[in-house]
Structure formats: C-alpha cells, structure tokens
Design a protein around this ligand. Structure first.
Ligand code: ZN
Length: 311
C-alpha cells in the first residue's frame, strides 16, 4: 500500500533565486542538481532532508525568465511543510529578515498554518506540529535542526469536483477521508502525514503553467512491483498511464487525473546516493547516461539559455 507523497515538483523562473530560497532561507539540502530529462536546457533541482528521503523532497524545473503561472483548476493550490509548532517564532523572524512574503496565521483543519510564498509566487505554508522538535531534522548552516522543515505535510489540490480524484486516492493509493474543513476535504494515507486536501471549486478558470506553479505531485511506491500493481489498478479504472520512466533516482509513471492534476508514482529507491557520495550530494551537475555525450552542449545552454537558439 502506498506510503504517501514522494515529492512535489514546481516551476521556477530563476536558478540563483531558487537555490538561495530553498537552500539557505528554508534550510533544505540541495540533494541533486540535474536537468529535466526531456528538456535538458532546464535545470532540475531536488531539495530535501539530509539524504533526500521520500516525503521530504521539493523539486524545481528552472525555466529561465518564465512568465508567472496562474492559479486555477487542475493545480496544487498550496503545499504545506511540517515544522515544530514551537518554531513559528524562529520562522517569522527569518521570513522578516529575508523579505519573504507571508500572510497572517490561519487555522486549517485545527492546525496553525503560516502561509508564505517563494520568490516565484509558489504558495507554501508552514504547518506547526506539536512534538516534531523531538524527531530528527536536517541541520543546515542557517536553520538549526530543532527548527528544520521536516517534510511535506499536505498538498491542496484545486479541482472542479472532488469525486474522481477522491476515488483515485482511496481506491488506488489507500487514502481515507480524514476530515472536512469548509469546502476542503482532507485525505490521509495509512502511515504518512503527507495528506491530500481537495478543494472543489466548480467552474473556475483552468490553471496556466508558469513560474511559481506546481507541475506534479508524486506518490510513493515501495518498489517496482508496487509501482506496477498501482499502474494496473489505474489502468483498470480507465486512466491513461505513461510507460515506466527511469529517473535515475527512482522509476516512475505519470497520469493526469480527470481533475486536471498531473500525478506521478515514484519508487523509493535507488535514491540520491546512486551517483554521488552522500556527503557530496548536489555538488555536481549529474546527467543520465543517455545525455552524458551531450554534456558540453547542455552545460553551455544552461549557462546561457539564449545560446539554445543557435543549437
Ligand atoms: Zn516528479
């Protein structure tokens, strides 16, 4: 049975800004620097805890100077990150110091939430959880382990109606309806706190992809056998699932829900240690074997996106 969310991938419009925001301000570890395997002129950055455990990972495709996206139907509305509740003072201070755009505290599902945005406008929220300070946290230069973001707490999907997505969550991924708060339904997995919240908005503008928008949500499969079993279940429901992709750090498949959100299923292994020592994660530009012969060209297009026109 599924173990919750593996990672969430969003779009960034600027490499340095994203590296600084997630690596320094939020204190996440850059566990891998690679490229979008289908579009290697774009960086693909993975941030997580010390080793990039599933459930801790936010990833970004970097589209140089991309226009901002527009929130709408078929997209994640926001991503909640778990922090110890007693760390809110630390984070408020840090947000003010670093000019991070944030909103007043809110209560969602009885939890205290501090909504904020990344430099591209991606909607995020810190969710304060009691007792989390007792668990392990990644100790970055600027964010001590006791205050560290522990991982993905929840994601809110903005969809026209909730039933088709709720069916997938329950029949395929083993989620159950856990709570309702206003117009939002919360679905929880069996052994994970990475929950999925469904906000049914009826007729509303569709989402437009761009900087600051979420590209997809990846759910965990323990191994390849589980990934295939889940794929079979999806196909039996009439959903169109892609062939298996080798993402070097995991194997995965993708499918679009009728709500318009792109879902992925990703295996837990082999993980980010497969092509870098654990103490060196994220330090080199790693390419899959198929792209390695084009490394020079890829590196120059990453340095100077305008050069692509000449290629
Ligand atoms: Zn992904």
């Amino acid at each position: 049975m599924t173990q919750g969310i593996h990672h969430i991938t969003a779009n960034s419009g600027n490499l340095d800004r994203t590296l600084d925001f997630y690596g320094r301000v939020l204190g996440r570890r850059l566990v891998k620097k690679t490229v979008n395997f289908e579009e290697p002129s774009a960086y693909h950055l993975y941030f997580g805890d010390e080793t990039g455990n599933p459930g801790s990972i936010l990833t970004f495709f970097v589209w140089h100077d991309a226009a901002p996206g527009r929130l709408g139907i078929g997209e994640a509305q926001d991503v909640g990150l778990a922090v110890p509740r007693q760390s809110f003072g630390f984070w408020m201070h840090r947000f003010i110091q670093n000019g991070v755009s944030f909103s007043p505290f809110e209560k969602r599902f009885g939890e205290t939430v501090l909504p904020f945005r990344d430099p591209d406008g991606l909607r995020l929220a810190l969710v304060g959880i009691d007792g989390l300070e007792m668990g392990p946290g990644f100790d970055s230069t600027d964010v001590p382990a006791e205050h560290a973001v522990r991982g993905i707490h929840n994601v809110t999907l903005l969809i026209d109606r909730s039933e088709p997505t709720a069916d997938i969550l329950q029949a395929v991924f083993g989620y159950r309806k856990a709570a309702v708060d206003g117009h939002v339904q919360r679905y929880a997995g069996s052994n994970s706190d990475a929950m999925v919240d469904l906000r049914a908005a009826g007729d509303f503008l569709p989402a437009r992809a761009g900087a600051g928008s979420v590209d997809h949500i990846a759910f965990r499969a323990g191994d390849l056998a589980e990934l295939r079993a889940l794929t079979e279940r999806l196909s039996a429901m009439g959903l169109d699932v892609t062939e298996e992709k080798d993402r070097t750090y995991f194997k995965s498949v993708y499918f679009r829900t009728s709500g318009g959100v792109l879902f992925e299923i990703a295996t837990d292994g082999p993980g980010f240690g497969v092509d870098e020592e654990l103490d060196r994660l994220g330090t080199g530009l790693k390419l899959p074997a198929a792209l390695e012969p084009r490394r020079k060209l890829i590196e120059s297009s990453l340095r100077d996106p305008a050069s692509l026109i000449l290629v």
